[in-house]
Ligand binder design. Structure first.
Ligand code: SF4
Length: 75
């Protein structure tokens, strides 16, 4: 089963990838994201509004299991 979920923003020309094998659904990305990009569905983080991303990279820094990759952020 594919565990890596990928969201693309054509508007912002960026990609966010979340590894659902690693994600524990603790919601830290939701707490830290200034523009409410994420939501937890079935105990896994998903990108709901990727076009709102400000490329702050906070979600990358805070994820305790390094489940998130972002095309604009080094990880
Ligand atoms: S980079 Fe910043 S704005 Fe974009 S999804 Fe992550 S926390 Fe939200």
């Amino acid at each position: 089963m594919m565990s890596k979920k990928i969201w693309k923003s054509e508007l912002l020309n960026l990609t966010i990838e979340i590894d659902h094998n690693k994600c524990t659904g603790d919601g830290k990305c939701i707490d830290v994201c200034p523009t409410d990009v994420f939501e937890i569905v079935n105990e896994k983080a998903i990108c709901l509004t990727i076009d709102n991303c400000t490329e702050c990279c906070s979600c990358i820094d805070i994820c305790p299991v390094n489940a998130i990759k972002h095309s604009s952020c080094l990880c």
